[in-house]
Design a protein around this ligand. Sequence first.
Ligand code: MG
Length: 267
Amino acid sequence: MNINRIFAFVVLMSLAVAVMAGSKVVAHRGYWQAPGSAQNSIRALVKADSVGCYASEFDVWITADGVLVVNHDADVNGVVIASSAAHEVLAQRLSNGEHVPTLDAYLATAATLPIRLVCELKVHDSRAQERKAVKDIMALVKKYGLEDRTDYITFSCDAFREFIRQAPESAGVYYLEGNYVPSQIRHMGGAGIDYYIGVLKKYPEWIDECHSLGMYVNVWTVNKPEDMQWCIDHGVDFITTNDPELLQSLLSGKVSDTPARAAAAAR
Ligand code: MG
């Protein structure tokens, strides 16, 4: 290998490391502030992909009769998901007119897109329901061949352990509650922390601790430009936000107006 080749190799490797080292944008509940979108809608997933987000986060519940659906709140229009039949839940519409999606339909669309997925299992009253949900999520992710680009997050300690037990090696499993230090998460087999911005600002040393343990740092839900910049400057790996285009513009150094900011200004 001559000196020019060695130099080119070093430059390329440095560029690769620089590209991998930057913070990545995760759309929180999809890009729901884009026109025609709604939280956890399939359109929000497609929008997050269309603006080039690294990943899109969504929330999952299981109905009383065992169907996985995508929604944030425990109820949709007063229909409580975990204690209702699927047909009652799926008859409900989101604010953009879409019906509440099944996880099956959601993943069927995701399989046609390159975007990564961050699947949150919500905390259910029943551990049995959570365990069934974890098992059935794994089966659906496998059905659509999404094992290599789906990560899992939860506030449920029990579901966290179940995800670690059942998820493939390639998947990252993260805990959301913020009450474990990085070494405890490492000991449990987690891929890292996924904590509230307030927790991370209180314990910024956890960022380096995670990295030194070979783990990643995720943060939610970061919507203020000054908080986004703080996360970028502190080397947070994945930043979950309601305004992915604002975060992208900060990362690129070119701040521009976004649909989310225009909507906020109009309110
Ligand atoms: Mg969520």
